[in-house]
Design a protein around this ligand. Structure first.
Ligand code: SF4
Length: 431
């Protein structure tokens, strides 16, 4: 009997997803850097997705799942003011979690396991501000909908901007575009804020993006964010081979248009994306939607506080994280000069966040003083080039070539637009 219980406990441990909640490595510039996932891998099969090739797999049987009891304990400690570790300090601060940050919470496994439902109910019990990202439509039913209504949720429905006929090839297993829009309409009618996440936009299909924005506005969505495809370099992977079959000219387009290799992806130049995204912004705003630039380089174009998602506009009692490069620049956007200036009031967890960064940044984890260590890390980025996430990696920020009294670089910001930037004639490009 005792052996049986030990066996069951061991099995449960093996099935439990340990890393379900963590700050992401984007903390140096993201204002909502907390990711939450109920499954360790995604059961959809989007051809452009990096999630599977970088640690995930979409077989339902291999998915580990969150222990919602553990999440409850962490939220409880945060609420009581006794957080353990930096992640719980973020919770205490009520920085929104991005539920579905890596893997979709509403894949086929959820129909049997209802694990994500438990996660939603746990978050709702604490009225925890939550951004929920999904391509699934399961949450339109019974308990899911009731929980979404009761809690503090803002739902982002992701759709790739592409020809409707190609969508089933590109996003196999995912509900159709029409089903996703209907899901959003149902949520909006229930009073839940809904966003259209145009992610990714496939270059050449900007007209599809326009059409989706119009449909979303008609369905009661309140926000749209947009980001171009970052072309994965893992061309050996199964889904990336399929991507080449679906869009055979795509790689050629990226090469021809000066895409740069960033990490394991090809990224289109900011100038090329900007002009087209500004056109989409104008259109979205004409329909009464808030528009968010989701490209890292264009984040300064967002005039709300929370990154591209505008969660500060749609969630109750939500904070955002601004002790980072983007936060320092934002506070000085109207100044002539932008200098490295850290406010004494800037909030930072007391416990270490360095283990959540990439290995290059982790060398700082030896710093005894967390605040000084973090400031040093930001200062290094500040004085580096664009490739390390320094200020010039953001569109509109220019290095003046001078240094301040502490020897840190001085920058200038100019958001001036060319007169025809964002005009619809510039929108259409052909593959
Ligand atoms: S739903 Fe999201 S996480 Fe899942 S395969 Fe598609 S893009 Fe990747």
């Amino acid at each position: 009997m005792v052996r049986n219980i030990a066996f069951i406990l061991r099995l449960k441990t093996l099935e439990t997803y340990k890393y379900y909640l963590a700050p992401t490595s984007q903390i140096p510039f993201c204002s909502v850097p907390l990711r939450l996932d109920s499954y360790s891998n995604c059961q959809f099969g989007c051809q452009y997705c990096f999630s599977k090739s970088r640690g995930g797999a979409f077989e339902v049987s291999r998915a580990k799942t969150i222990d919602n009891g553990q999440l409850k304990k962490r939220l409880e400690r945060a609420q009581r003011g006794t957080p353990q570790g930096a992640t719980e300090e973020f919770l205490q601060r009520r920085i929104p979690v991005q539920f579905g940050g890596m893997n979709d919470p509403f894949g086929p496994a959820e129909e049997k396991k209802a694990v994500s439902l438990g996660t939603l109910q746990t978050l709702a019990a604490y009225d925890y501000p939550t951004l929920l990202s999904t391509k699934g439509t399961l949450a339109q039913n019974g308990d899911y909908l009731a929980t979404l209504k009761a809690g503090n949720f803002y739902v982002r429905i992701s759709i790739a901007a592409i020809d409707e006929n190609l969508s089933p090839c590109l996003e196999p297993g995912v509900p159709s575009i029409q089903e996703r829009l209907q899901f959003g309409e149902l949520l909006a009618a229930a009073g839940i804020p809904v966003s259209l996440r145009l992610q990714p936009i496939i270059p050449g299909y900007e007209r599809s993006a326009e059409k989706l924005i119009e449909l979303a506005a008609n369905c009661g969505f309140r926000h749209v964010s947009a980001e171009y495809l970052k072309l994965p370099l893992e061309s050996n992977g199964h889904s990336f081979r399929k991507l080449e079959e679906t869009l055979p000219d795509l790689k050629h387009f990226y090469v021809e248009n000066g895409a740069k290799r960033v990490g394991r992806e090809f990224v289109l130049p900011a100038e090329l994306k900007k002009v087209r995204l500004i056109a989409l912004q104008k259109m979205a705003e004409n329909f009464g939607l808030v528009f968010g630039f989701a490209e890292n380089e264009l984040l300064l174009r967002n005039d709300f506080s929370a990154c591209c998602n505008a969660s500060d506009l749609f969630l109750r009692g939500a904070n955002f994280f601004d002790f980072n490069i983007l936060g320092i620049i934002r506070q000085q956007l109207k100044s002539n000069e932008i200098v490295f200036k850290v406010s004494d009031d800037a909030w930072l967890p007391k416990k270490s966040i360095f283990s959540h960064l990439n290995s290059k940044s982790r060398v700082h984890s030896n710093q005894e003083d967390q605040r000084a260590g973090w400031t040093n890390l930001l200062r290094e980025k500040w004085n580096s080039g664009a490739w390390r996430g320094g200020p010039v990696s953001f569109d509109g920020v220019h290095d003046t070539g001078s240094l301040d009294a502490q020897g840190n670089k001085v920058f200038r910001y100019s958001s001036a637009l060319d007169s025809d930037e964002g005009s619809s004639e510039k929108l259409a490009i052909n593959l």
